[in-house]
Design a protein around this ligand. Sequence first.
Ligand SMILES: *Cc1c(COP(=O)(O)O)cnc(C)c1O
Length: 381
Amino acid sequence: MKVPLSRPDITQLEIDAVCEVLRSQSLSLGPKLPAFEQAFCQRIGSRRAVAVNSGTSALFLCLKAMGLGPGDEVITTPFTFIATATSIMMTGARPVFADIDPDTLNLDANAARAWINSNTKAILPVEVFGNPAGMDTLCQLARDHHLKIIEDACEALGSELNGQKAGTFGDMSVFAFYPNKQITTGEGGMILTDQEEWADLCVSLRNQGRGCTDNWLSHERLGYNYRLSDINCALGLAQLSRLDEFMTKRTQVAAWYQARLAEDTRLIVPESPQNGRMSWFVFVVRLNESFSQADRDALLNDLRDHGVQVSNYFPPLHMQPFIAEQYGYAQGDFPITESVSQRTMALPFYNNLLESEVDLVCTELIHAMDRLPSLKNSEVR
Ligand SMILES: *Cc1c(COP(=O)(O)O)cnc(C)c1O
């Protein structure tokens, strides 16, 4: 591959931070864990933060702490990463999908409203690709119907809407630190909340159901091992200290793409929301509605053949076979999600992507579009 899809930004700062932990002999439940959590509370402005070993674990523990389980329904988007829905399924509750807004690609509040019934306990919205648009409307909907919000902000660390930070919209909110996210701990996740009781429960659940006694072999409830090691936390602290630098670099990379692609009428190119600030997670363009999934797939293959790593973020979750089968979802259930999903292309996107590499990706993309017979002269279709 000439240009990878994603790549972390690791410097001597991170290497030194990890080595310091290795030398300290305190590899888990040491001082870096509370330090990482505190740094998140300060950055996002929430009362409590609980670090765990993945974003998926973080979502699952939020739902468990809120007491959700069999018989409960949680409304969410089908246009997201699988963990959004599987974390609900793991509790025994039912993920109920509602269609998305075709402009923001986030859960549409009007569509969500239609699925509220007496079993509905919560809404689990996602700031997909880092876009916080519509979170305010979804929060209002939840308040009107006395529903909880679990905010999957895994793709939106640093984003803001009307001056409000991603990670503060939910009653509980979650970030994730896989190496393609805005910051990485290798693997990891973070739960944020202002509710002490839920935070305390998450602390217990991530550590085998232990209470806050000193007795290591006393367990108060069914728990899990979702701890995040001090090695990961030290890496996360170093990365978080560079978040502003990361966001500046990513905004620049997005601007390079926009300058080269925004005028091409074959493409719909993402923009930061009017009333917000986008912390760019990925750069996902999509073909306009005159193109088919076959056109898009041919393009992705062509780009890969030319050394450009690309992806089809996201195939609709309601069409993942095990989900469709369990809940009886079928093609046609969420037409906007399906239509959008067929035409998206995630382009290479990371902090240190060079302008010359953006040039190369855009040149290859435009050539690939020109080469495809079905795309020729599309501007007059
Ligand atoms: C990354 C991500 C997660 C969590 O992923 P993990 O790999 O478990 O850390 C959850 N939801 C969304 C939308 C994500 O992008």
